[in-house]
Write a protein that binds this ligand. Sequence first.
Ligand SMILES: NC(=O)c1ccc[n+]([C@@H]2O[C@H](COP(=O)([O-])OP(=O)(O)OC[C@H]3O[C@@H](n4cnc5c(N)ncnc54)[C@H](OP(=O)(O)O)[C@@H]3O)[C@@H](O)[C@H]2O)c1
Length: 213
Amino acid sequence: MATAIIGLGSIGARVARLLADGGEAVVLASRDASQAAQLAKDLGERAGVASVRDAIEQADAIVFAVLFDVIKELIAEHADLLDGKLVIDPSNPISFDEKGNASRTLPDGQSAGSVIASLLPAGAHFVKAFGTLPAELLTSGTNRTPERAVLFYATGDDEAVVGRLITAAGFDPVKAGGVSASLRIEVFGDLHPMGGLNGQLLTATEARAAVAG
Ligand SMILES: NC(=O)c1ccc[n+]([C@@H]2O[C@H](COP(=O)([O-])OP(=O)(O)OC[C@H]3O[C@@H](n4cnc5c(N)ncnc54)[C@H](OP(=O)(O)O)[C@@H]3O)[C@@H](O)[C@H]2O)c1
């Protein structure tokens, strides 16, 4: 079972590396085929390269590691391929002003996850995951000892595949809730390091307590 990684920037390249290092097969897709080929060479035999469309077709799970608006475009373009697939949305509704100050780009109470989930064809499965930490923390937090750090996810679907992928990536998976819980784990949410967690990574015990509130 392969996971497609669409977009190989800060998040996509990191997630691809964590999954491949954790024993998962990945199919890498970027607009620049040479970028995908170079990363695949670095990652070794578990990584393949394909066009965006072929990667989606070949994979069971697809990480859309591109900006929120680009995810919307790619879903519209490839909706015919998404039946039965797990769509993994790492996006954050965030923008930065010229001074580098971050702010949300969606109205209060609306998550990027709820928007993306609403655009999927009925047969596709949705999970919010892998964008719940800033990219640097994703790299520094993997395979933490003595206790692993948590990556939260939100879904109304089957949890087995996302649990497997988060575990392979070197984190403990903890469910924050259904799709509506995306708001809690996206940037500035109460379960996000740039929100209520004040930069902290949690253990599974701490994370379950935080979810329960
Ligand atoms: N960076 C973080 O710390 C962070 C943390 C959590 C969540 N996220 C979320 O993760 C997602 C990716 O963010 P990022 O920081 O990784 O962005 P990024 O570094 O700008 O990378 C985005 C990648 O998407 C590619 N891309 C753009 N349009 C594409 C298309 N039509 N088809 C295929 N690839 C395309 C870009 O390729 P080109 O080089 O060809 O433009 C680029 O490699 C965003 O939704 C973001 O909100 C980011």
